[in-house]
Unconditional design. Sequence first.
Length: 144
Amino acid sequence: MGARGVAAVAVLLVVGVGCPGEGTGLDPFGKPLTDAVPLGPTLSGIQANIFTPICTQCHTGSAAPLGLALDAGVARQNLLGVGSEEISELLRVNPGKPDSSYIVWKIEGRDGIVGLRMPRNLPPLQADQITAIREWIANGAEAN
């Protein structure tokens, strides 16, 4: 390879790899922030700001723990009206009733949960994140 070829490869490597940067525009887990969908009591806000960047670190695809994949497009159907695998008397999400929705119990770390508070092995969700989930459920857990 001549000098021109080496220079072309060097340019491609620099352009392709880029600079690692200082983390601007990334969430605490190193995933890109999304300004397009603000956190709020909507499925789209919760998906973009909680389920996708945090929960899908474990709860993704066909091998998701307890069959609870929280990927975009399937999270709501895997939550809404589905019985909890851990406490059969509770639904994962009981529309209109956040206090009887097991997902709320798990993210709040309530007494009586089976296993660990979610998200497992990560910092607990922040108060505004929990509030968004509780309000989404209280409002009927719509596909909004």
